[in-house]
Design a protein around this ligand. Sequence first.
Ligand code: NAG
Length: 263
Amino acid sequence: MASATQQQQHRRAMAVVLAVLLTAMPMRAASGGCEGDKFPAGRSYAHCAALPKLGARLHWTHDARTGSLSVAFVARPAGAGGAGWAAWAINPAGDGMKGAQALVAFRPSPAAPYAVNTYNITGYKPFGASSTAIAFRPTELAADDVAAAGEVRLYGKLQLAPGTEVVNHLWQVGSAVTAGAPAKHAFDKDNLEAKGKLALSGAALAPAPAPAAAGAGGSSAAKGSSAGGATTPSGAKPSPAKAAAAAPVLMLLALAVGFIATV
Ligand SMILES: *[C@@H]1O[C@H](CO)[C@@H](O)[C@H](O)[C@H]1NC(C)=O
């Protein structure tokens, strides 16, 4: 029979366990932002990466055999109340804006529903109101908004070359739509650094190789290796950040359980 003191100790140990669990939960919910994205029925994705700039997230499913890439890009357009546009692109020719094959979600007029245009970005000139053809056959383009968060979700499927494993991707938000076309975005640090490499398998990319490893003349991969370029996907496997946060919690739990077992 347990004495009154032992019962008290048990209760105290249980309180510790509960407190630890309760404090750990909000920490998980807030990490990265991927977990908070809830899509309409029928839209689910194998992987998600909380992108390092502009608070954006990319969810995707990649069929390595066929090259089909299905994405949902979530971001907050830069205008007041979420006005403006949001874009996600793959650049098969380099790591910058020139050459990017972009999907852009915006309301052609303030009262219109969201539309998605495609643009083959050939240089630093304004977008038109109409789509231009892109290299990756786009299908199932759609967009909706999460009004409460002022965010837009851009959906689409792109046909990549089978065998593609890593792509240069970039993302952007703008604050205005003028004459039915997305207007120029800001050129702040975060806007300019909103790019990186994406491993379609969902694996975390290793840090960029040291400059000495790059070939003569400097490859575009070495140039694109600025801090924050590589994204940290959070698919089936926990991200290192999450694992780090969970470790002390697990240790405390183990201690508490050990405490109960010894009393
Ligand atoms: C995109 O623009 C470039 C430059 O004008 C052109 O060479 C390329 O063929 C275009 N891509 C498509 C899919 O039209």
